[in-house]
Write a protein that binds this ligand. Structure first.
Ligand SMILES: [Zn+2]
Length: 82
C-alpha cells in the first residue's frame, strides 16, 4: 500500500490566502517586534530587521525568545544605590 501526502489541503489553504493573509498577533515581544499567525492557513511570520514580515522559522523563534528575555531583564534592572 502506497502512502501519498495530502497535497489537496495545502493547495486549498494557499487558495484561501491568494488575495492576502489575515494575520493576528500571537506574541508581542517589543512594540516593534511581534509574531503573527494567519487565521486561515496557519502561516506564522515575524517582523524582520528590515521591517518586512518573514517566515517564522525555529531559528527566528529562538532569536525572538532571546530578545524577549533581554528586554525583560533590561526593564527589571534596578540601579544600585550609591
Ligand atoms: Zn494565510
Amino acid at each position: 500500500m502506497e502512502i501519498t501526502p495530502n497535497k489537496t489541503r495545502v493547495r486549498f489553504s494557499s487558495l484561501m490566502c491568494a488575495l492576502g493573509h489575515d494575520y493576528m498577533i500571537t506574541k508581542t515581544i517589543t512594540p516593534y517586534l511581534k509574531e503573527y499567525k494567519c487565521c486561515k492557513c496557519g502561516r506564522e511570520v515575524t517582523d524582520g530587521i528590515d521591517g518586512q514580515l518573514k517566515q517564522l522559522t525555529e531559528k527566528e523563534r529562538i532569536v525572538n525568545e532571546c530578545v524577549s528575555a533581554f528586554v525583560r531583564k533590561k526593564h527589571n534592572y534596578v540601579k544600585p544605590a550609591v
